[in-house]
Unconditional design. Structure first.
Length: 156
């Protein structure tokens, strides 16, 4: 008799994994091919080429404005693994172009207002990336900082 519940639970687990894999694939496409997040969130080497060993690990802003712009970020945060972000707060940020507090990203970061499905896919992809203890810290000059509440929570 216990076989049926086990089979149902296993089938649900496979269905969730399949959906998660679809979300990750869609998120990868949105991050790498549409929004081109790596252009700012991946450090560059001395020649200006992207350092793919540090993909989406954050660092100094490579792009500088032609004319001074107030509040231009000097660094961008790591996206790999989304250190310091809760899922709910990251989804809100992508869907509303700002934090729940009303804080908006510093330039050159764009204010996205994505669909929930696209935001979930991006979240799934970025959470799927491995993180390391180095290179994922946030700095006061980052384009987007986790809120103090978010920064206190460990990344899953």
């Amino acid at each position: 008799m216990w076989v049926a519940p086990v089979l149902i639970a296993t089938a649900l687990s496979f269905a969730e994994t399949g959906q998660n894999n679809k979300d990750i694939a869609r998120g990868k496409y949105l991050v790498e091919e549409v929004a081109m997040c790596q252009e700012c969130h991946t450090p560059r080497d001395a020649s200006g080429a992207l350092d793919f060993q540090q993909r989406l690990k954050g660092g100094p802003v490579f792009l500088q404005p032609a004319m001074p712009i107030s509040d231009w970020a000097s660094r961008v945060p790591a996206l790999s693994g989304l250190p310091g972000w809760t899922d709910a707060d990251f989804l809100y940020f992508l869907e509303n172009g700002q934090r729940r507090t009303g804080e908006v990203p510093k330039p050159p970061m764009k204010r996205y207002k994505l669909s929930h499905e696209d935001a979930v896919a991006i979240l799934a992809y970025l959470r799927s990336l491995t993180t390391s203890a180095t290179g994922n810290e946030h700095h006061r000059t980052d384009a987007v900082l986790p809120s103090p509440r978010e920064a206190m929570k460990p990344a899953p």
